[in-house]
Design a protein around this ligand. Sequence first.
Ligand code: URA
Length: 198
Amino acid sequence: MAAEKSPRVLWPLLLEEIRACQKCGLCQGRTQAVPGEGNVLSPLLFVGEGPGAREDATGRPFVGAAGQLLDRMLGAIGLVREQVYIANIVKCRPPGNRAPTPDEAAACLPYLRAQVALIRPQIIVCLGATPARYIMGEDTRVTRDRGKWLERKGVRLMCTFHPAALLRDESKKRPAWEDFQAIRDALHTLKLNTEEEP
Ligand code: URA
């Protein structure tokens, strides 16, 4: 029987593959790919749309203005980004920060699936319409469905506004804050469940 590779072996291989990827045209415009970062053992995974200019320049997700707001929102629920994992639907920057095309998303989604298989998160939060659509389903509308939990294969899924949307529209901040409080409560429930296990 072939020896199963451990996550410790698989992670570097996956990151290397993402950094060298040429599966869609986005590779032509990138400075570098942005695979994702954080705690690979975290129960909580955030998924955004795709890298912007600063992410493309640094190779790190959510480090621009939207990322700084995400950091503050995490802080408000008692978390730092190193405690969660942060990834995107596409790993290379779409030109002009446009949304990825369905073909680009389809080419890149196997990487996110591989990340989910390795992290095995218990909660996945979709930041904005693009991840909501590809992860929760095509009919998902963030304005209508944000904050509602969906469960799939034992994983709790939720979408909320993308932090960049909060920077553009102040009125979205309160509902987004409510969503983050619900995420905090869901995390606490997981901890209680774990503690209660014999
Ligand atoms: N917006 C995203 O969706 N992802 C990032 O990594 C940065 C900004």
